[in-house]
Design a protein around this ligand. Structure first.
Ligand code: ADP
Ligand code: MG
Ligand code: MG
Length: 888
């Protein structure tokens, strides 16, 4: 490693060297080499940064010499000398990791200035420009290089002094501050540095340079950079490069300026340049928002010659990179320079539109278009949106828990929401709650959107909201929610029940009044794009997890090719059914139980008929009852309390006490490993016999009316082949009986879920009895790790933070553990049943990395919630093309 080249001149690099030169450095090199006007410079590699950390924060020997050699090259090219008062070369020192981390690390501009140089320079150049540059430099270097060791020398502290100066002068704009005041400000800055650090601001340019680039290395591990990497799942070990580049000056007068632009509109994807710029300013002014920039269209009027250079550069870059670019530029005395380009971040709808447009423009192939879009972004294409040009008033901000936009009247209880909203009076309502619990579900489903004061991104409200595509702002601590109103804490403004509010879930914004909201369209660019994904995906299927005809219809609209998991117990919870289910459980003799079961049969038959109709001949995997029965009973703790309260008053309620006795009898210490799944089918065979009958009678009804139904009956939680054998034999008998009663032929099959590790390990035995497997990766993960899914939040977060696990295994499949069990199961199953149908129905089925894994290990399909169907279709297409979802 010692002989490795550590410093690369821009002209020696290119875009393929992002690992080594970072994204910024690699692109600066690339742009220089295709002839764009890039100020010359060089890059210190990311390896130097990783070495710096590996060696306990030591710079490698010989680095300084390499830097000096590279610097000499730049000096020669520009005819200037670093540190020479008569003709100084000034530098920018810029961070730049492989993946863009905008604003997370540090940059220093105008480096190489000192008192002597500033003095000399102000004789030959505009003194205002000279002192403006010096004050910026003192501020940036102090902030970047020293503020982690000393107090009160952050950018903020210096900005404050500048602000005070402007107040003193009675001006508001930076540009109104004259040269002599800026000169005085530089003196105050230097005095401030001495006061705070006990040392003089460094005057030796080489000392400044080393301080700057080591500070950039340190900034790799500043708090915001760490947090950003965690969020974006960027590897902590890859380090940042440092780019050292000759300065060009946008603050040198009125024919100078600086700006940023996107080569296409990043929110809509429209093929128009979007940008902002400032005249007589340096780069940081635009992004930091100290001055309000002007729209780039102004530049076209102000200076058509420069604008043409800018436009041509955008065009060259797009054609070269074949993607929308985010660029930074500076104009010095009427000459245009480009300082950065990178593939621009964009919204989901913009990503799709740009990809489709670029295929039509002949810029990229359909394969490129498919590989390019992050599947997770598609969620944004499915939700109602606020039109791009709408103006609105944000009154509070919370977490962007469920994207999409919603408008409606504020209501403060679930009952009210259900009464007034969807399924009720049909008004548009926004449910506002301090927090939400499972009982709020009906209110949430009736609402256009949900706003909560408490709860984070994984809160119940957020999970449900994302599952159902409900725009949601959660954890909005800026409001305080009462029983019929909420208060904006900062302003005291009160919003009462019945008043209109709006939510912009994607940004976490709470908006007063109504905003225009448009339904997302499945046609147009989105439809076309998804049809390409389906071409590449080929035979690999995407199904949905759905329990109602309504969800089924939605999922089919979103491209589902069948149901991979229909959970029948959800049908037991609904309104009038629950008492019947309870009667069935409470029955003390077979006759009573049968009466209740017969009633449930009526309900379930209709449920299945509706679902088969909605499916229009597509297959449907129906899982027989799975959860422990006590979930259908009244809450035990509550009953205990109620009975105790009555006793305390000297009263009693025999019915309640009887109920408590039953509930006590059903109580389990660890219900997730208790009487559930196929174990229920063995202990209470009548329940699953009823379900099998309901499925096949429902299917027969559809067949009789000329349709097709393809039920796949799935037995959950099998760990031993004999469990499956026992249940299946009994259910086959029921099925055969129904078919002969109905006199129509229904194409049904029996299979099982693989969700118990023993089931996976003995898959060759189990496959003899099953014509299909569906991997229930939620339970399989839970049981493989021994992590309770419902309680793991508290330790999984620290696990991930401490890198004990690379990520949450309930989100993305743990490929080496859980995934290995899946592979073993597949291999073993194939030995006895080569044509076994294989799918997955856990939450992972809609997560791009897991979908790719499922594709690679040879599953036939994935199944996921309706709104994730497009994500899975795209992820599968990317897997088929052998493209990574993300190379982070
Ligand atoms: P970030 O990663 O935060 O965008 P940059 O390294 O891109 O940081 O620097 C921020 C800004 O500083 C740039 O947008 C640009 O305007 C300005 N800048 C950087 N290098 C130079 C340079 N050589 N000459 C003039 N301005 C520069
Ligand atoms: Mg910066
Ligand atoms: Mg930048």
């Amino acid at each position: 490693m010692a002989t490795q080249k550590r410093v690369w001149l821009f002209r020696d690099g290119n875009r393929s060297l992002r690992d080594l030169l970072g994204g910024k450095g690699a692109n600066l090199a690339e742009m220089m080499n295709i002839g764009l006007p890039v100020p010359p410079g060089f890059t210190i590699t990311t390896e130097v940064c990783t070495d710096y950390y590996a060696s306990g924060r030591q710079l490698p020997e010989g680095l300084t010499d390499e830097i000096k050699t590279a610097l000499a090259d730049v000096e020669k090219e520009l005819g200037k000398t670093f540190g020479d008062p008569n003709n100084p070369l000034l530098l920018s020192v810029r961070s730049g990791a492989k993946f863009s981390m905008p604003g997370m690390m540090d940059t220093v501009l105008n480096l190489g200035l000192n008192d002597e140089i500033v003095n000399a320079l102000s004789q030959v150049a505009d003194p205002r420009f000279v002192y403006d540059s010096y004050r910026r430099f003192i501020m940036m270097l102090s902030d970047v290089a020293y503020s982690d060791q000393y107090d009160h020398i952050t950018k903020h502290d210096f900005e404050h002094m500048f602000y005070d100066l402007k107040a003193e002068l009675g001006v508001t704009e930076d540009l109104e501050v004259p040269a002599e005041s800026l000169k005085a400000l530089c003196d105050s800055y230097k005095a401030h540095v001495i006061k705070q650090t006990g040392k003089e601001f460094p005057q030796d340019p080489f000392e400044q340079l080393e301080a700057a680039y080591t500070a950039v290395f340190r900034s790799w591990n500043n708090e915001r950079a760490i947090i950003y990497r965690r969020k974006e799942k960027i590897d902590d070990s890859i380090g940042t490069a440092v780019n050292i580049q000759a300065m060009v000056f946008g603050n040198r007068g009125d024919d100078c300026g600086t700006g940023v632009a996107f080569t296409r509109d990043a929110s809509t994807g429209e093929n128009v340049i979007f940008g902002e710029y400032l005249m007589n300013a340096q780069g940081e002014d635009v992004v930091a928002g100290v001055r309000t920039p002007m729209p780039i269209s102004e530049l076209a009027k102000q200076d058509p010659v420069i604008y043409k250079q800018f436009e041509d550069t955008c065009d060259i870059l797009e054609k070269h990179y074949k993607d929308m670019q985010d660029i930074e530029f500076t104009i010095e005395h009427g000459k245009f320079y480009i300082l950065q380009c990178r593939s621009g971040k964009r919204t989901g709808p913009a990503a799709v539109r740009i990809a489709v447009d670029q295929v039509k423009e002949g810029l990229i192939t359909k394969e490129d278009a498919i590989a390019r879009v992050d599947p997770n972004l598609l969620t944004q294409c499915l939700l109602p949106v606020i039109p791009a040009n709408a103006k609105y008033n944000v009154i509070a901000r919370g977490l962007p828990a469920g994207p999409g936009a919603a408008t409606g009247i504020a209501v403060f209880s679930s009952d009210k929401a259900a009464e007034l909203g969807k399924g009720g009076a049909g008004e548009r309502v926004i449910l506002v709650r301090a927090d939400t619990n499972p009982d709020d579900l009906k209110g949430m489903l009736a609402a256009q959107g949900v706003l909560t004061e408490r709860g984070g991104m994984t809160s119940h409200a957020a999970l449900v909201a994302r599952g159902f595509g409900i725009p949601t702002v959660a954890g909005c601590s800026e409001i305080s929610v009462g029983s019929d109103h909420f208060v904006i804490k900062a302003t005291g403004q009160i919003v009462k029940e019945g008043e209109f509010i709006s939510l912009n879930g994607g940004l976490g914004e709470v908006i007063s009044g109504q905003v225009p909201v448009e339904e997302a369209k499945m046609t147009g660019d989105f439809g076309e794009y998804m049809s390409w994904a389906d071409e590449f995906r080929g035979k690999f299927g995407v199904r949905t997890n759905a329990d109602t005809p309504k969800d089924t219809e939605l999922a089919i609209k979103l491209g589902a090719e069948g149901i991979g998991l229909c959970r029948t117990e959800h049908m037991f919870f609904e309104g009038e059914r629950r008492p019947v289910v309870q009667r069935m459980i409470l029955a003390t003799n077979d006759a009573d139980r049968q009466v209740a079961l017969d009633e449930l049969l009526e309900f379930q038959r209709e449920d299945f008929k509706g679902i088969f109709e909605a499916l229009g001949g597509r297959p449907c995997t129906v899982r027989l009852i799975d959860p422990p029965l006590h979930e259908f009973m009244p809450n035990r703790e509550k009953l205990i309390e109620e009975v105790a309260a009555l006793h305390a008053l000297g009263k009693s309620d025999p019915e309640k006490e009887a109920m408590l006795k039953v509930v006590e009898g059903m109580h389990e210490i660890n219900p997730m490993m208790g009487l559930r799944g196929c174990r229920l089918s063995i202990v209470f065979p009548q329940i699953v016999e009823m379900q099998t009958r309901a499925i096949l009678e429902g299917a027969s009804a559809v067949v009789k009316s000329g349709g097709t139904a393809v039920p796949e009956i799935m037995i959950p939680l099998v760990g031993h082949v004999n469990e499956l054998k026992f249940v299946r034999e009994r259910l086959e008998a029921t099925a055969a009986a129904v078919v002969s009663e109905q006199g129509v032929s229904v194409d049904y099959s029996f299979g099982t879920m693989i969700e118990v590790p023993r089931g996976a390990l003995t898959a060759d035995e189990i496959a003899v009895e099953a014509s299909f497997f569906s991997f229930g990766t939620n339970d399989l993960t839970q049981m493989t790790f021994g992590f309770s899914r419902d309680d793991s939040d508290r330790f999984l977060k620290p696990y991930v933070a401490e890198k004990i696990l690379p990520g949450d295994p309930f989100e993305s499949i743990d490929q080496s553990g859980v995934g290995q069990l899946m592979k073993i199961a597949i291999e073993k199953a194939h030995t006895v049943r080569p044509d076994i149908k294989l799918g997955i129905c856990g939450e992972h089925g809609g997560e791009p990395t897991s979908v790719k894994f499922c594709y690679e290990i040879g599953l036939n399909y994935v199944s996921c919630s309706p709104y994730r169907v497009p994500i899975a279709r795209l992820a599968a297409a990317q897997a088929a093309l052998g493209k990574g979802v993300s190379d982070k």
